[in-house]
Design a protein around this ligand. Structure first.
Ligand code: AMP
Length: 416
């Protein structure tokens, strides 16, 4: 079946069409037959569509909202120009799978979308005011365009981390705020951490209950997870995706007293403070140059830019701190796994994060590390390492499509 996977952001819409079903899942034979992105929704939008053969269409046109963006995607998919032979009409899209950022405490796994599920996602808007409304827009637009009969699934960024014990997910603030407002750590990037753990056990051909690893999703957003017996034991993002590692534009961990202090000193409103921590901090904030790790590495190397170096140093240091903490929590791990744009493509950052870890059994093999880029999957540790390191390119869309296909087939949907 053809599953349209949608990831709706505030002004963007990413999509993939994945041909999958239970048989294809079992034999890893499912595949992406079209993909693309619509950016700058709400103004002159940029569209990039690509079919399986690598034929790319770039256009720019005004796109009012998510509804118009999905409409445009559908029109392209059925057009002769797209060159997707198995999609001739809207009826050839058999289901839709949506990335939904926040599932609160409600959703421990993916679900088919019903009016009750929509109401529950709406209830989580308070927890993810920046994300859930866009995800809902995508869901409603899809039902509108393909008709209410189209099966749609919601796959939550938070679901994989449901297995965290209270000692990992509770903040040490008065307990009543957890009871009253559900203030706790939820964790995000769950679909990515779950996918990476899945690929790891397929690569090593080991049962899922034996997976004991630390996964590092290092992209524009960054998070780490400690995975014990296949399940998430702890993760670095919190009630929102702001906590934890240093990210492209997010600060990650910070003393909360800084917030009030800066509001007083600079006269910032709470909105300005939120924007500062989410959009102007991290690699961008420290370097004053860019949120893009590739550019920072180039600046540091070519111009020895002090603040670019500093931003990279803080990024690496924070990641190492979490690895140390998670090694302790897990009582040792079998592997570190790198994913995300930085984790998949930067041997230099991987090497710096893993430096001086001989004491716990990890030595990076420089040749393997250098060769494992551009969505290549493989081991980067040296033979004889007792803590091994791997690069596993993440594929959240594939898991979203698979969960959707399983739900449509009324098969069991794994939570981890
Ligand atoms: P993502 O959000 O997963 O797409 O990751 C985006 C991040 O990956 C950006 O900071 C990019 O600069 C970074 N990235 C992509 N390619 C490279 C590379 N070759 N070296 C370093 N960072 C990279």
């Amino acid at each position: 079946m053809n599953v349209l996977v949608l990831n709706a952001g505030s002004s963007s819409l990413k999509f993939q069409v994945i041909d999958t079903d239970l048989e294809k899942i079992a034999s890893d034979a499912d595949r992406c037959i079209a993909r693309g992105v619509v950016e700058r929704i709400g103004s002159q939008a940029l569209l990039r569509f690509e079919n399986e053969g690598g034929k790319v269409l770039h256009t720019a046109q005004p796109i009012r909202d998510h509804h118009a963006a999905i409409d445009q995607v559908m029109r392209w998919l059925i057009s002769a120009e797209a060159g997707v032979p198995t999609i001739q009409s809207f009826a050839d899209i058999h289901a839709a799978g949506h990335r939904v950022v926040h599932g609160g405490e409600k959703f421990a796994r993916s679900v088919l979308i019903t009016p009750e599920v929509i109401a529950d996602i709406e209830e989580c808007i308070d927890l993810a005011p920046l994300h859930n409304p866009d995800n809902l827009r995508g869901i409603r637009a899809m039902a509108d365009i393909l008709g209410p009969g189209i099966p749609q699934a919601a796959v939550f960024d938070t679901a994989f981390h449901h297995s965290m014990p209270p000692r990992s997910y509770l903040y040490a603030i008065p307990y009543q705020f957890y009871r009253r407002h559900r203030v706790r750590r939820y964790g995000f990037h769950g679909t990515s951490h779950r996918y990476v753990a899945y690929r790891y056990r397929r690569m090593l051909n080991i049962p899922k209950e034996t997976v004991r690893v630390i996964t590092l999703h290092l992209g524009n957003g960054c998070s780490a997870a400690a995975i014990d017996a296949g399940r998430s034991l702890d993760t670095s993002m919190g009630m929102t995706p702001l906590e934890g590692l240093v990210m492209g534009t997010r600060a990650g961990d910070i003393d909360p007293a800084v917030v009030e202090y800066l509001m007083e000193k600079e006269g910032f409103s709470s909105q300005q403070m939120e924007a500062l921590l989410n959009k102007q901090s991290g690699l961008l904030g420290v370097s004053g140059l860019t949120n893009d790790m590739r550019d920072l590495l180039a600046e540091a190397q070519e111009h020895d830019d002090r603040r670019a170096r500093l931003a990279i140093d803080i990024f690496v240091h924070r990641a190492r701190k979490y690895i140390g903490a998670y090694l302790m929590e897990l009582g040792g791990a079998d592997a570190l796994i790198f994913a995300g744009g930085i984790g998949e493509n930067s041997p230099e950052i991987r090497e710096r994060i893993c430096a001086g870890m001989d004491w716990c059994g990890l030595r990076i093999d420089p040749a393997r590390n250098a060769a494992t880029v551009n969505r290549k999957e493989g081991e980067i540790s040296a033979d004889g390492s007792t803590l091994r390191a791997y690069v596993i390119p993440t594929d959240e869309e594939l898991l979203i499509a698979r969960d959707t296909a399983r739900l449509v087939a009324k098969a069991e949907v794994p939570a981890w």
